[in-house]
Design a protein around this ligand. Structure first.
Ligand code: URA
Length: 266
């Protein structure tokens, strides 16, 4: 067994790095390694080994909480978008929160006529705390600019409001679990209710699964439907368009649908 890095040659070091990437360690998070097994050994002792606490001071039974019911209550109690962001950021029953650097709520003009719903923050969004700021986000901005909409527009008629189904980055950008979607859905529904856009664009499969209970974006895209009581158009995700440039043609047709609907002609 190797005991120090000086015994490693270039090829071995590269193979170890590739192995770590395969395990999902795709970015450095600290200067020093942390042995989490040792931390676990030092973790607080189980309640059975601790002196009995007075009954009145007993901790709430977190394990018995229904995450969706807790999310529904927290979301319903929020009277405006700032309160909703605060309530969602404080929600502790989604494990994604533990691995994320930042809470990513929304970006753009909340008064916009169009609300875009994406999947979840990626690496860039997690670092910056804003949705769609990486390569896919830059393409999204260019796509909507082509029909005269921008997240920076102060005029609601030319503005965009952007959020995601999940406000925390899934590790290594894995697909969100159905349970994670279910516990974030009450926050998303309240988000739409408070922002009250004229229409919604669902970007990719995850928002379709959350808002429509359906997957299959290549079948769903381009056909108007209804989500959260609003006219809604599913579209392919800009990350898909970056990988599949031939699909941009259909995405352009979908953008023209949005433009026509805003102008009252579709
Ligand atoms: N992809 C998404 O769906 N949302 C983001 O915020 C970034 C990339």
């Amino acid at each position: 067994m190797l005991t120090d890095a000086s015994q490693m040659d270039f090829h071995l070091a590269r193979a170890l790095l590739a192995w770590q990437l395969e395990l999902g360690a795709d970015e450095p998070v600290g200067d020093h390694p942390v042995n989490r097994y040792e931390l676990a050994a030092e973790a607080p002792k189980p309640a059975a080994l601790m002196p009995a606490a007075p009954v009145a001071a007993a901790a709430p039974q977190v394990a018995s909480l229904d995450p969706v019911a807790v999310a529904k209550a927290a979301a319903a109690a929020a009277g405006d978008l700032a309160a909703l962001a605060e309530a969602q950021a404080a929600y502790d029953l989604c494990d994604l929160k533990k691995g994320a650097r930042n809470f990513v709520f929304a970006d753009g003009n909340p008064a916009a006529r169009v609300m875009v719903i994406g999947e979840a923050p990626g690496r860039d969004e997690d670092m910056e705390g804003r949705p769609f700021v990486g390569r896919a986000g830059q393409l999204l901005d260019r796509m909507f600019a082509a029909i005269g909409l921008a997240r920076t527009s102060p005029d609601p008629a030319g503005a965009l409001y952007i959020t995601n189904v999940l406000p925390w980055r899934p590790p290594s950008n894995r697909d969100p679990e159905p349970e994670e979607i279910a516990m974030m859905l009450p926050f998303l529904a309240r988000h739409v209710e408070l922002a009250d856009p004229d229409l919604i664009v669902l970007m990719g499969n995850t928002p379709c699964a959350a808002a429509l209970g359906q997957r299959g974006i290549l079948r769903l895209r381009g056909t108007w439907t209804n989500a959260f009581g609003k006219p809604t158009l599913p579209m392919t995700h800009p990350a898909y368009l970056l990988r599949t440039p031939a699909a941009k043609r259909e995405a352009w047709a979908d953008l023209l649908e949005v433009k026509a609907r805003l102008a009252g002609t579709a």
